[in-house]
Design a binder for this molecule. Sequence first.
Ligand code: HEM
Length: 180
Amino acid sequence: MSNFRKTMGTIVSYILPTNTGRTDDPNPVTTLTSRDRYLVKTSWAKLMKNPTDSGVALLSLFFQKYPEYVELFPFKDIPASEFSSNTRFRAHANSVIYALSSVVDALNDTDLLIQILTKTGSTHVSRNVTPDGFNHLKESAIELFSALFKNDEVEAWKKTLNVAFSVILKGLENEQNTKA
Ligand code: HEM
C-alpha cells in the first residue's frame, strides 16, 4: 500500500466510527438492535471513566427528586448536603454503578442479562423497594443521561432501560408472590 493510501486510511478510520452497528437486527427478546447496544455501550464508557462520581451523580439526583427513598438506606441519618462526600454513600454509589455496568456488559448475552436483571429485582424485595422505586430510579437515570449524552444515545438508553426495568419488575413481583 502506498504511504498516501495508508495515511488516508488512518485519517478516515479516525474520523468515522469503526462500527456503529446495524439497525435491522432487533434482538427477539430485548428488541435492541446492534446500534442501540453500540450507543449504550459507548456512552456508558464515558461515565465509567469516573465510576464512583457517576454513581454519586445518579443517586444524588434520585434522592433529590425522591427524598422518601433515603429512609431505606443506612445513610438515612446523614444530611443530604453531605452525601457526595460521605464514604458510605460513595461506596454504595460505586456498587450500584458496577451493578449497572454488568448489565451493560451483558447486553450481547440475553440469557445472562435476564438473570442479572431478575436477580436485581428479587434481591430488593427484602430491602422494601417497590416497583415505584425502580420506576423513579429509571426516570432519574434518563434525566441524567439526557443532560450528558447525545440525542441518539439517550433514545437508545430509553429503549434499553424500559426493557431492562420491566425484567427487574418481573423479578421483584415473582419474589413478592413467593413470599406472600
Ligand atoms: C437497576 C437498579 C438497581 C441496582 C443495579 C441496584 C444495585 C444494588 C446493589 C449492587 C446493592 C448492594 C450494595 C452493597 O451491598 O453495597 C444494592 C443495595 C441496596 N439497594 Fe439497590 N439497586 C437498584 C435499585 C434500587 C432502588 C430503586 C432502591 C430504592 C428505592 C434500592 C435500594 C437499595 C437498598 C436499600 C440497598 C441496601 C443498602 C445497604 O444496606 O447498604 N436499590 N442495590
